[in-house]
Design a protein around this ligand. Structure first.
Ligand code: FMN
Length: 237
């Protein structure tokens, strides 16, 4: 039997091959203890994709890295090149990816506000400095959830799951197309919600989950290796 120590977050039921992901308040402490070896995670396709050299680079550049490479090489980008606007086709691919996400009972309770207006971007940057919109982003996408068009009753909170899945797809699609992005939290911060609601005229019944500034990266932080065996449990915690 294998025993794992620490503060586990992932529970694996081997019989049914179901994976239950559990949250943990102490996850951050453990995360700091995990070795960070970014190089291990970057596969051949990704190396070619980001360096622009090597065999097969054209195909990788055209189609983007494969999904596992994209997942393992994604990182938050918080500084953007203000001289390079994001092409509309790339924005559409990001939104298509977002809307491909799963949702509870397929309710798809998401809405997306694509912000390009420099005046609105400036307001977001001013009122939400942590959103990094002020760091050269020419574009931001705000993922919102419908509070009334998702599941009713006790299932109401599933909009958070649904919109998070959409936001994650959006981040991956940005990365796969050579763009940088970062998830910056809005909900449940009351002041943040109020600011975004006001700046973007978000109606009652819809909740901004996050602000995602997008642009061509103007920084290249290392990929974090978050693999941690102690967070995995087989058949029981
Ligand atoms: C719910 C949530 C809220 C976040 N809020 C912010 C934020 O306000 N500002 C920011 O710069 N990054 C924010 N981040 C990004 C995290 O800091 C980042 O994902 C984390 O440090 C891991 O780094 P990585 O994305 O490069 O793997 C947020 C991420 C999540 C999932």
């Amino acid at each position: 039997m294998i025993r794992f120590t620490g503060f586990p977050r992932i529970f694996v039921l081997v019989a049914g091959l179901s994976v239950v992901i559990c949250g943990c308040d102490k996850a951050e402490d453990i995360g700091r203890k995990v070795a960070r070896k970014s190089g291990d995670l970057v596969g051949k396709g990704a190396t070619e994709f980001f360096s622009g050299v090597g065999e097969g680079v054209d195909a990788v550049k055209e189609n983007g890295p494969d999904v596992l490479t994209a997942i393992s090489t994604r990182k938050s980008i918080r500084k953007f090149d203000p001289s390079k606007p994001v092409e509309d086709e790339k924005v559409e691919k990001m939104l298509r990816a977002a809307m491909s996400a799963p949702s509870a009972m397929d309710k798809r309770p998401w809405e997306f506000v694509v912000v390009k207006d420099p005046a609105k971007l400036a307001l977001l940057a001013e009122r939400l400095p942590y959103s990094r919109v002020g760091n050269g982003a020419k574009l931001a996408i705000v993922v919102c959830g419908s509070l009334d068009n998702g599941l009713p009753g006790r299932g109401k909170e599933y909009w958070i799951h649904d919109c998070s899945a959409a936001a994650m797809n959006l981040l991956l699609a940005a990365h796969a197309q050579g763009l940088g992005a970062v998830w910056t939290g809005v909900y449940p911060g009351e002041e943040r919600v109020a600011a975004v609601r006001e700046i973007l005229s978000i109606p009652d019944g819809y909740m901004p989950l996050n602000v995602i500034p997008v642009g061509y990266p103007a920084e290249n932080p290392p990929v974090k290796d978050k693999w941690n065996l102690s967070k995995i449990h087989y058949d029981k915690w």
